[in-house]
Design a protein around this ligand. Structure first.
Ligand SMILES: [Zn+2]
Length: 596
């Protein structure tokens, strides 16, 4: 049985590590890097320049509370979005990727901040589109933008820094870049994020203060456009990559981290307050729409038509383009997933609809073409969703078979061994060790949830706090296991063969933990595959998935700790038992350790 334990233990450990690493080094094998879709008709630009200012980690409600006269000027003369939401993981680089490509993290494959892409995100984007027209693109900010889009950025000034005076430098750089009149300028101000991480989160004065300083830089940028004489030809977009928790941290699925800042002002932009939900993958194509350029081909979102005061023809041309792009994506995904034959009828019907809508457009019936194209886009999105779900469900059912095999290999022999030895097993020791293991798990998870913790990547934002918490939960588990051992010690232990019993009880306790691990890991395997080979769960699923990885890694440590705790607890149980009788330990049991 010891051998089975060692094997299962080794397997669960390596699966836990592989699961975590597959997220850390995630590479989406199905990036829809499709050929450009030209617009079906010439459109005039609504203006000549676009500047996107990203205030890293700016949460809109704190921006509203802060003194931000320049952002207010954009808001009052343009459109403000009350419900703009980013995707999960709500980290910086995934946000930059969605802003530039118009695609979600599951499609861009940018799911964390440490992927090295060396200037090529591997999917169509707004920098590439501007660059291919021989116009200039420029970036002032952190080097992360160059890692994602460097191949298509004509001029850049980037700096990495942990102190709170970077925005001042970046603002000055932006001013010098504006003198060259780049078609598309991205300014990334990130002191607010640094303050949020280092000074206590969105509730801190430092965070609010850095937002106010970012606003000053925006003022300088507006002034520079004015000095260059192109202010009224420029679309200003002020946005952020993600929000922040009051206590610090982002990356998860909480409302405060998903809400990001978005406001824009420029020629043809209406004065509006938009309450409806809009997503981070709607910004890139909006830049295309404004400049009169083609739309990024990997996009999962659309464009913010309603912000602009424009004619039906322009909207129809762009909506047909969106429909065409989503149609290309749906056939591409179906082909990649070997599902093209299965969905052949849907695809050919969509193709007919698309040709029809293009004809309607060429006849000049713009509102008719617009509504047809909207319907086609929706149908294509549904088909994309269907083929993704189909591929995933096919994989889940094939993994179910593998899991049955895991059970046959690990659990069945264990049960058989126990059954054969049932008359020679000391059931008191068996029950006592199971109680110790349960005691450990209860102690750990009760304090975990009681201290307000839950499964979200946002809680990892401060590694020190994370480790302190984990130590606290483990101590709680050890106390609970020790207490259980003290209670059961008299029942199972006497001087005769004391150490033999301790070893046996420890092995049995570990056996229980390993069985729980096996059940847990196999359910994780069925649902997600334990490595992310192509499917990246988003939205609330990401919370669940992160919880899964977290528990997977956790269970590995739990196994070791349960093993140690049971051995230690039983070895010292005489003492604990005596203390327990004397009433000294009851106070420990009644009041769990206080939380920081
Ligand atoms: Zn960020």
């Amino acid at each position: 049985m010891a051998l089975i334990l060692v094997v299962v233990f080794g397997v669960s450990m390596s699966m836990a590590m592989a699961a975590f690493e597959s997220w850390a080094d995630y590479e989406q094998p199905y990036k829809p890097n499709l050929s450009p879709v030209p617009l079906l008709g010439a459109v005039t630009p609504l203006g000549n320049y676009v500047v996107v200012v990203v205030i890293d980690g700016a949460r809109p409600d704190i921006v509203e509370k802060a003194e931000t006269p320049n952002i207010d000027w954009i808001r009052e003369n343009g459109t403000w979005f009350n419900n703009a939401r980013c995707f999960t993981p709500s980290l910086s680089h995934p946000g930059y990727a969605s802003i530039g490509t118009g695609a979600r993290p599951s499609v861009t494959g940018v799911t964390n901040n440490w992927l090295e892409l060396n200037g090529d995100i591997g999917i169509d984007n707004i920098f590439k589109i501007v660059n291919e027209t021989n116009e200039t693109t420029a970036v002032a900010g952190s080097p992360g933008w160059m890692d994602l889009y460097g191949n298509w950025i004509s001029e850049n000034k980037t700096i990495e820094g942990e102190t709170l005076n970077m925005d001042r430098i970046i603002g000055e750089w932006a001013v010098t870049l504006i003198e060259h009149k780049p078609k598309l300028l991205l300014v990334h101000l990130y002191d607010a994020d640094t303050a949020g991480h280092g000074y206590g989160g969105a509730a801190s004065d430092e965070y609010k203060q850095q937002i106010e300083e970012a606003d000053e830089e925006i003022g300088r940028i507006i002034q520079a456009f004015n000095n260059s004489g192109i202010l009224e030809e420029t679309l200003f977009i002020v946005t952020s990559d993600h929000g922040f928790l009051d206590q610090g941290g982002h990356g998860g699925w909480e409302e405060d981290v998903l809400h990001f800042l978005l406001t824009m002002r420029g020629p043809h932009v209406k004065r509006l307050e938009v309450d409806g939900q809009i997503l981070q993958d709607q910004i890139a194509a909006t830049v295309s729409f404004f400049l009169g350029y083609r739309v990024p081909t990997g996009l999962t979102g659309g464009m913010l038509f309603d912000v602009f005061d424009v004619d039906e023809r322009r909207k129809a041309i762009y909506q047909i383009s969106l429909a065409q792009i989503k149609y290309n994506q749906s056939t591409w995904f179906a082909e990649q997933f070997d599902l093209k034959e299965k969905y052949e009828n849907n695809i050919s019907r969509l193709e007919e609809d698309l040709t029809n809508a293009q004809q309607v457009l060429s006849q000049g019936q713009y509102s008719e073409a617009l509504s047809l194209a909207e319907g086609i886009e929706e149908d294509c999105e549904n088909l994309i969703k269907t083929v993704w779900e189909k591929k995933h469900s096919m994989e889940v059912s094939s993994r179910l078979q593998a899991v049955s095999l895991i059970y046959v290999i690990t659990l069945v022999p264990s049960i058989v061994v126990i059954f054969i030895l049932r008359k020679r097993i000391n059931w008191r020791i068996f029950s006592a060790s199971i109680l110790c293991a349960i005691g450990y798990l209860l102690g750990f998870w009760v304090v975990f949830f009681a201290s307000g913790w839950y499964f979200s990547i946002s809680l990892w934002a401060s590694p020190e706090d994370f480790i302190n918490r984990m130590i606290l939960f483990v101590i709680a588990g050890l106390i609970a296991a020790g207490f259980t051992a003290g209670l059961t010690a008299k029942w199972i232990l006497n001087e005769k063969n004391r150490w033999g019993k301790i070893i046996l009880a420890t092995l049995l306790g570990l056996f229980l933990v390993v069985i729980l691990n096996t059940i847990y890991i196999s359910s994780h395997y069925v649902q997600w595959n334990y490595v992310l080979d192509w499917y990246f769960p988003e939205g609330r699923a990401w919370g669940d998935f992160f919880g899964s990885i977290f528990m997977l890694a956790q269970n590995f440590y739990l196994s070791i700790l349960s093993f140690i705790s049971i051995a230690v607890a039983l070895a010292t149980s005489k003492m604990i038992s005596k203390l327990s009788k004397a009433g000294a330990i009851s106070s420990v049991a009644k009041s769990p350790p206080s939380l920081p």
